[in-house]
Design a binder for this molecule. Structure first.
Ligand code: NAD
Ligand code: GLY
Length: 378
């Protein structure tokens, strides 16, 4: 089993990310170690798809560790990461009579993790929770770092809280049941973290992708990739826990949004129906790298390495039919802008990000970069 520690300066909290095959069978022991000795009840939030596969094992392990358990299943899909589901989740926690020393377990992908984490942040003004992520994306990204949220009519993830889990328990065996597109989406997020994180992480991810089929079935290699990705994310979070608005250096938490500005626009113009989030990030990274090349921030070689890696991750849904004018007008309404201006995450080179204010980018260069990237037939 591998361990990564997340150290937080702000609240002097720390938590362990445990990574290994079959760890859901030890979920109860991890919860016992992470929670107060007074913890009696654990409420599992999951969805039907994941619970059918992993719910019984998770509950068995929690009960064997002496917890009383309750469980509740939310709808499966991004549209259920909503106010309404949040309210129902809070009602469940109340009906399960959770006290402040008790805990929530989020068993599922990023949707379950973000919603259950937000419910734990709100219930009784904040109770402990554990992340038990079951998608690759959730294992390397969303379960680490304490961002929790729901979507609403104004957009995605615009209402939420920073609330860190007490522990993250990653059972690498859960990857074996992931649908192909979810795997591609998770691998795109691995590429993203490598692209901004460092050449070593990028190359580790590249090697994994080159023999993807064998690597995914090799428990040791899968754990190695996930641990390296989590260690990178933990380091960034430790250095900039709350994603300070004032920061625009190459180690600010904002760099984790590489590829996300265009990705969010692609998701929005297709009404969140065409792309898995990670797939849209695949296109978004190419557009950002193309922009960096045209602005002469980076050379073309890195764009090619990125394109090769994304191709190895899997096929992305087409994006060449989407009008760049619509994408540009969606970008203009981006609610994550600062002072009315988008902060673009570009690459100086693989492993080093550079943040640029949209005022430094000519609209025609942006338009041309988006067109070129979306027509690259990836
Ligand atoms: P998801 O949670 O919708 O899971 C994808 C699909 O896979 C779902 O249908 C799910 O039921 C199914 N599934 C999950 N685990 C499975 C398994 N082991 N076997 C078979 N099927 C399984 O999607 P996701 O990609 O995990 O997460 C996306 C969400 O994460 C988005 O809402 C995004 O905003 C959020 N996110 C949050 C952060 C953060 O820092 N909090 C970071 C990145 C993404
Ligand atoms: N996924 C972006 C972040 O955690 O900051």
């Amino acid at each position: 089993m591998r361990h990564v520690r997340v150290r937080l300066a702000r609240r002097v909290e720390q938590y362990e990310i445990a990574i290994g095959a079959g760890l859901l069978g030890e979920l109860g022991d991890h919860a016992r170690r992470a929670l107060s000795p007074d913890a009696r009840r654990v409420a599992v939030i999951s969805n039907r798809t994941v619970f059918k596969l992993y719910g019984a094992g998770a509950l068995r392990s929690l009960r064997a560790a002496g917890f009383e358990t309750a469980h509740w299943l939310m709808g499966d899909g991004e549209r259920f990461k909503s106010w309404r589901t949040l309210e129902a989740a809070l009602e469940f926690l109340s009906a399960a009579r959770l006290e402040r020393t008790d805990a929530v377990v989020a068993l599922g992908g990023g949707v379950v993790g973000d919603l259950a984490g937000f419910a734990a942040a709100l219930y009784l003004r904040g109770i402990p929770y554990l992340q038990a992520p079951t998608t690759l994306l959730a294992q390397i990204d969303s379960s680490v770092g304490g961002k929790t949220a729901v979507n609403n009519d104004w957009g995605k993830n615009l209402v939420g809280a920073f609330h860190h889990p007490r522990a993250v328990v990653i059972d690498t065996e859960t990857i074996s049941t992931l649908p192909r597109r979810e795997l591609t989406a998770g691998l795109c997020e691995c590429i993203k973290q490598g692209a901004v994180g460092g050449r070593k992480l990028f190359e580790l991810t590249e090697r994994f992708l080159i023999d993807k089929r064998e690597a995914l079935n090799d428990a040791e290699r899968l754990a190695e990739l996930i641990a390296a990705q989590c260690a990178f994310k933990a380091k960034i979070v430790a250095g900039d826990e709350l994603e300070a608005v004032s920061r625009s250096d190459s180690r600010s938490r904002r760099i984790l949004n590489f590829g996300h500005t265009i990705a969010h626009a692609l998701e929005k113009v297709t009404d969140y129906k065409r792309f898995r989030h990670g797939e849209a990030v695949g296109h978004g990274m190419l557009a950002a790298a193309e922009l960096g090349k045209r602005l002469e921030i980076s050379d073309g070689n890195d764009l090619e390495s990125l394109r090769a890696a994304i191709t190895l991750a899997g096929r992305l849904p087409r994006a060449d039919d989407l009008p760049s004018s619509e994408i540009l007008s969606t970008l203009a309404r981006d609610k994550k802008s600062v002072g009315g201006h988008i902060k673009w995450i570009l690459l100086e080179r693989i492993g080093r990000a550079r943040i640029l204010d949209s005022r430094e980018i000519a609209p025609r260069t942006l338009r041309a970069s988006i067109r070129a990237a979306l027509h690259s037939n990836i």
